[in-house]
Design a binder for this molecule. Structure first.
Ligand code: IMP
Length: 445
């Protein structure tokens, strides 16, 4: 028994799209279990290896490693249509899946009519739209909290179809009240009716996956000494409580979300790996203090291929925001930092970094994370760029000096070490610092 064995958490410190999927994929060989704890198919975790690119929406990013147990926790919301498509993409034989992918029965289902409502609510909001991925996330979590939702486990009940139809009718009434015309809706290119048919087909496939109680499953694995990595989706600044509400997603994307989304006691959390990009991006609406407007943003967007992996939307781009990063480190209790996409800034001679917010003549070095951003002014520091390719850099220590200086500045600001940097999309493009704490944690030194 290893009662002191703790789960590590890996999550995003910005507005999502930090490159978490790739990092989970790289770390997975050192873990027995990878567990998703919140969100749903609004996520798009991109993994690149052996010349192929895979995008995972619901399935944990450890799925490509033999022997790794992947768990979809109680805190996740499931769309059987999308899971079915993901399973097709993975093309893993059922007998292998039976040993590598487990789903918690308590996880709530995203009904086709949740997606309908998402579209209806967004349309009604007009200029104030959230910029949702329209995957039905908000309405599904709304039903969960209202105690009217349907869980995977409920599909076993004889009355499931009745309950499904009753909830759907309720949703249709709501959409009608919002003057939303169901005939104009296309869900992944399908009419509502066709999507619903495919949804029920996917549900049968989802029901065939091994079902567990995530809290028992994870805690027993930890008791047996297994290494567990909890994988977050979206990012800290999109957290329902601590993000820039209402421009947020509908779940807790922070470390505390791993506790409720898997059934882990706070004392069972070990290291917290915070992933951040060397700059910032955001999809959808809401305040973005360091956003670059005009041509500069286009340059960064093209260099970083900043287009949503779930929706294909162009991402808003901006400079690294240290006060927001400091806030994210605080709220998550981050113990190790992982920086991604430093290679994207390679061709820039100078960079800007936000080092404070000016509020009524006073400078603050931690973001107040308010939606009322009009009264805030970012204070920038201009620094030298590294202005060279990272393609031939083989060790962390060989990184160009201006990049090492950039890393030191970040570490000094947030008081947490940067242990890993990712220098490209491929699994192999990763540099771990000599003597980094993460190596010890993974028993690699
Ligand atoms: P929803 O969660 O799809 O309703 O979207 C709410 C907000 O979170 C929108 O601004 C989305 O663009 C953003 N969002 C949701 N999921 C992700 C993600 O995985 N990456 C980046 N942004 C996301």
């Amino acid at each position: 028994m290893s009662e002191n064995n703790k789960a590590d958490v890996l999550l995003g410190l910005q507005w999502g799209d930090e490159g978490k999927g790739k990092i989970v994929d790289v770390l997975t060989p050192h873990y027995k279990m990878v567990a998703r704890f919140q969100g749903g198919p609004n996520a798009g975790h991109t993994l690149v290896f052996e010349g192929k690119k895979y995008i995972l929406h619901t399935i944990p990013s450890g799925i490509f490693h033999k022997g790794c147990v992947n768990l979809v926790g109680n805190g996740v919301v499931l769309d059987p249509f999308i899971i079915n498509k993901e399973l097709d993409q993975l093309n893993i034989p059922l007998d292998v899946l039976q040993e590598s992918l487990f789903v918690c029965g308590k996880a709530h289902l995203i009904l086709p009519s949740h997606r309908l409502l998402d579209a209806a609510f967004e349309k009604k909001k007009g200029n104030f739209k959230i910029g949702s991925t329209l995957k039905g996330i908000g309405p599904a979590y709304t039903d969960k909290v209202a105690r009217t939702g349907l869980r995977l486990t409920d599909t076993a009940s004889e009355s499931f179809e009745d309950k499904y139809n009753a909830l759907k009718q309720e949703h249709l009434r709501l959409a009608e009240g919002l003057d939303f015309d169901i005939d104009e809706l296309r869900l992944d290119g399908l009419t509502f009716h066709d999507y619903e048919k495919a949804w029920f087909f996917g549900l049968e496939r989802l029901k065939a996956l091994p079902r567990v109680q995530s809290e028992i499953f994870v805690n027993e694995a930890l008791d047996k000494g297994a290494r567990v990595l909890a994988e977050g989706a979206q990012g800290t600044l999109l957290d329902i409580d601590f993000g820039s509400y209402p421009y947020v997603t509908s779940s807790n994307t922070i470390t505390a979300g791993a506790c409720v989304g898997l059934g882990l006691a706070p004392g069972r959390i070990g290291e917290v790996f915070g992933v951040f990009k060397a700059y910032c991006t955001r999809v959808g609406s809401g305040p973005f203090m360091t956003e670059i407007r005009g041509e500069g943003a286009d340059v960064l967007r093209d260099l970083g291929q900043e287009y949503g992996s779930t929706t294909g939307r162009p991402r808003r781009c901006g400079w690294l925001d240290l006060p927001a990063l400091k806030y994210a480190v605080m709220i998550n209790g981050v113990t190790r930092l992982i920086m991604t996409k430093a290679d994207v800034l390679c061709s820039m001679k100078t960079l800007k970094v936000c080092v404070a917010y000016e509020i009524n003549g006073e400078e603050k070095n931690i973001s107040p994370l308010t939606t009322d951003s009009d009264s805030l002014n970012p204070v920038y520091k201009e620094i030298a760029g590294w202005n060279c390719t990272l393609d031939n850099v083989e060790t962390f220590e060989q990184l160009p000096q201006p990049l090492l200086d950039y890393i030191s500045m970040i570490e000094d600001f947030v008081n947490v070490p940067v242990d890993i940097i990712s220098t490209g999309a491929d699994r192999k493009q990763i540099l771990i610092r000599k003597g980094a704490g993460i190596l010890k944690r993974l028993s690699l030194s």
